[in-house]
Design a protein around this ligand. Structure first.
Ligand SMILES: O=C(O)CCC(=O)C(=O)O
Length: 509
């Protein structure tokens, strides 16, 4: 790695998002999201450490250098990219990749033999990932790179005859391609992990949890509340592989058996690793459903009145280091808990009224996911909120710990090591009115997710709640009105005590 990378590296600017990087942002979201343009927004110390490649298949060398390094090269105008792309050089890299993404594998291979520059571009692994997932679904044996996986699959399992090193590439400069490689290969920096300002609580009573966290809608990390889960001891790889043999789990846009997924996750190093996020795990593998129970704080589950028609509400989540969930807000205004059975996750959370830097929610609330990858967010946006008055709540949550994610909170999560977790989204009396408001929005058909009947969910839920808990909604509305009136009264007392002209207090002794 040339040392000039350090000085010229950041901020890198990947203005447009290539289609190849536009996979669904979060598995709980039911619709593909539109991409948004954005600019990198500053950076801190630009030094970085590369992951040591754990894969027996590949090394993490990069064919590309950041554009700034061209200034330091012997011939600052000689970018191999431009010389070797011919008239395609006028097209920005992200657009070029979108165009190449339309080609079948045969044409991509032919193109990569035309020049070294085209070799670099046509070897961009996300192009091959899209081909593998489109053509093979989850039925692939990962071979270290997506290109090799594709070649092995179409040649009946034989490894690629391509030289493992490929042609020698020098002097190809591209911020877009370099940052994609860097996001896949760099370690999380110490400064991104150091801040831990969440409240950690052990032994809370349910009443304390409600009063201190659920009612005021504040995150908390709960310790010691899943110690009795059999999953903590039982969920070794061998056990999960045995129990789930032949069953497929939802992994990004495809379904995969666990053995194929582990072969992939053990050997992958990419910017957005495929994440196993399955809502039907307990139906497919009932033993997994029996190996955990809902922690005592989250037992009120009002969506259960909808029976079969309830939106998806529980997921098993498995992923390698570097996988995770980019910024989003959970669906249907629900709150959630996330319990780690194995591994460690870094969390960053912003309250509902604070949109994280780099995230652009749409005005109608239909778009609540982030267009930037997790590593890209840390590289280009994490330091932007250092000086903010409302800094995010952050923590590293480890095996046996549970994070409470209050409704409406933005959150980003990255696995620091291979992790297995269970998460559930729920509606309790504390967020029932929020959820009903959400389901009633005029564009509910766009907003509601995790269920087939997006339009009628509000009415169905209201009737089912009324049948199961007569008077509950009215009672909650009354209490909410009383609380609002009490808040107003408190505010007007202070208003009257405050001298509007001077901004000081009026004392009338
Ligand atoms: O990746 C994770 O564990 C976090 C999952 C998450 O954010 C969610 O379930 O909403």
């Amino acid at each position: 790695m040339p040392s000039a990378f350090h000085s010229l590296l950041l901020p890198l600017n990947r203005k447009r998002k290539s289609k190849l990087r536009r996979s669904r942002n979060h598995p709980k979201e039911s619709k593909p999201k539109k991409s948004k343009n954005h600019l990198a927004a500053g950076s801190g110390d630009p030094s970085f450490h590369l992951k040591t490649s754990s894969s027996s298949f590949r090394s993490n060398t990069c064919l590309v250098q950041p554009l700034g390094n061209l200034l330091l090269s012997a011939s600052p105008r000689a970018n191999l990219r431009d010389a070797g792309l011919g008239s395609l050089r006028a097209i920005p890299d992200d657009l070029l990749l979108d165009v190449l993404g339309l080609l079948p594998a045969r044409d991509l291979t032919a193109l990569s033999a035309a020049s070294k520059a085209l070799y670099v571009v046509a070897s961009h692994d996300p192009l091959w990932r899209a081909l593998v997932l489109d053509e093979l679904g989850g039925w692939f044996d990962f071979a270290g790179t997506w290109r090799d996986t594709y070649v092995a699959a179409v040649s009946g399992g034989r490894r690629s005859r391509r030289s493992p090193r490929g042609p020698e590439i020098r002097g190809f400069y591209s911020d877009y391609l370099f940052q994609s490689w860097l996001c896949a290969n760099m370690e999380m920096r110490h400064e991104w992990l150091a801040r831990d300002n969440i409240q950690r609580r052990r032994g809370l009573t349910v009443e304390q949890f409600i009063a201190e966290f659920e009612e005021p809608n504040r995150p908390v990390l709960l310790e010691g509340c899943i110690e009795s889960w059999p999953a903590l001891k039982k969920w070794t790889r061998e056990y999960l592989l045995d129990e789930s043999a032949g069953k497929e789990f939802a992994v990004g846009p495809v379904s995969m058996t666990l053995d194929r997924y582990f072969k992939y996750s053990d050997n992958v190093q990419e910017e957005r690793p495929l994440y196993l996020f399955d809502a039907k795990f307990a139906e497919k593998v009932p033993e997994m459903g029996r190996d955990y129970e809902v922690p005592v704080y989250f037992r009120e589950d009002l969506f259960s009145v909808l029976g079969e028609e309830r939106p998806d509400h529980r997921w098993v989540i498995i992923g390698p280091a570097g996988s995770g969930s980019s910024f989003h807000v959970d669906p249907n205004s629900t709150s959630a808990w996330n319990a780690i059975i194995k591994g460690a996750k870094k969390w960053v959370m912003f309250p509902p009224e604070v949109v994280p830097p780099g995230v652009h929610p749409s005005a109608d609330g239909a778009e609540v996911t982030s267009p930037v990858s997790i590593m890209e967010w840390f590289m280009n946006f994490y330091s932007a909120c250092k000086t903010w008055e409302k800094r995010p709540i952050e923590c590293v949550c480890r095996t046996g710990e549970v994070v409470f994610v209050p409704n409406g909170w933005w959150h980003l999560v990255i696995n620091l090591e291979e992790s297995i977790a269970i998460t559930q989204n729920y509606v309790s009396r504390r967020n029932l009115l929020n959820v009903l408001d959400f389901l009633k929005k005029p564009n509910a058909s766009e907003l509601v997710s995790g269920t087939k009947d997006r339009v009628n969910l509000h009415d169905k839920f209201c009737s089912a709640i009324e049948a199961a808990h007569p008077g509950m909604v009215n009672q909650l509305e009354l209490e909410a009105e009383q609380k609002a009136a009490a808040r107003k009264k408190k505010a007007s007392f202070w208003d009257s005590a405050l001298d509007a002209n001077t901004g000081g207090f009026k004392f009338s002794f």
